[in-house]
Design a protein around this ligand. Sequence first.
Ligand SMILES: Cc1cc2nc3c(=O)[nH]c(=O)nc-3n(C[C@H](O)[C@H](O)[C@H](O)COP(=O)(O)OP(=O)(O)OC[C@H]3O[C@@H](n4cnc5c(N)ncnc54)[C@H](O)[C@@H]3O)c2cc1C
Length: 376
Amino acid sequence: MSGPVLDTIIIGGGLMGLSAGLHLARSGKRVAILEKSWVGRHASGASAAGVRTLNRALEELPISLEAMDMWRNIETIVGDGCGFHSHGQVMVAEKRSDVPVLEKRLAKTRNAGCGHEELIDRDELLRLVPALSPYCAAALIVRTDGAADPHRTLRAFRRSAEAAGVTIHEGCGVTAIDPLGSDWRVRAGEREFVAPTVVNMAGAWAKTIAAMVGDDIPLGHKASMMIVTERVAPLLKPVVSLVGRPLSFKQTDQGTLVIGGGLQGRADIEAEQSFVDFMELSRSARAVIDLFPTTGSLRIVRTWAGMEAKTSDLLPVIGPSPRAAGVFHAFGFSGHGFQLVPIVGAIMADLIIAGGTRKQIASFTAERLMQRQAVA
Ligand SMILES: Cc1cc2nc3c(=O)[nH]c(=O)nc-3n(C[C@H](O)[C@H](O)[C@H](O)COP(=O)(O)OP(=O)(O)OC[C@H]3O[C@@H](n4cnc5c(N)ncnc54)[C@H](O)[C@@H]3O)c2cc1C
């Protein structure tokens, strides 16, 4: 056995792994990230990069709102703006009969003491998104939400993590984890790494890593699909979603239109490949054409699907392993983890360095999923 002395081994070189590595290294920890393929190969590189507190689960809102403060200061954290713009996110009610859905949601967040969402009428909606079809009725908005550039974000987090001293090993897929005295020995084929703490941030493959330390955590997966079009003149600034139809629609700095919304393709987890279902994906394209009729003649440049882990309640797992001392999990972001990237790294550093965090993560235990499995 050889290699440098490590305090923490992070498994998974997506944005979560980079963020955790960065926060830990800045606190003086010696960290290695082991990545099976290359940094950003899976969900983090496939992401639509929406930075959204709008319509989040109430359980996630405390950390999501705190993450938003970090996004506002992202340049201070990673030395680059990550292409983040807070042009707002709007959830549009196309019909008057959809408006009660927005009203109900607003009441729910207000009752929870959160005032970040606002209901706007048709006139205000059309003032903010003039290209939108005038038939739409109203919208819920978070004016400070927005979107970033996923690849610029990956580059910035990687650069900062490496500058802070994190070592990144690509092409280094973890195959086994065994106790070694009070440490953990992590094997990646012939290679071995030893540290007292291990963080499982392996995305769609986190269940396999958890099983290596004896945690049987039920976990599904998803393969969200995306479309990107050719570049067009400025069309819209806020990110647009809909009540009752799957859509997330935005324009990038380069002028391309990015269409997502969580429609599902097919994932082959074993083969590490995902596939686009074009018939299904056409539902998002249809919604865009209804809302922005001028887009009907645009050419699609690329479509893709990206894999990630999904939990039964669509909330992530963030916290210590139920069984293995010194092992921590953060996965199952279920299609909306990009916005949480800065805060999850900070939480992981709190858990590992201080042994706890003041951030509200009580809803994210692995145990909740394991108990539900035991009852079922
Ligand atoms: C198409 C799509 C659109 C999305 N849009 C949004 C959005 O608009 N807003 C939002 O907030 N979120 C969005 N998300 C979700 C967000 O991108 C993810 O929640 C986030 O990127 C998860 O990051 P991660 O680091 O946990 O996972 P990943 O980026 O998947 O990283 C996990 C890494 O672990 C590695 N790994 C797996 N097994 C091993 C092993 N045995 N050894 C070593 N390494 C291993 C993998 O190769 C992978 O690189 C989207 C996701 C997708 C797929």
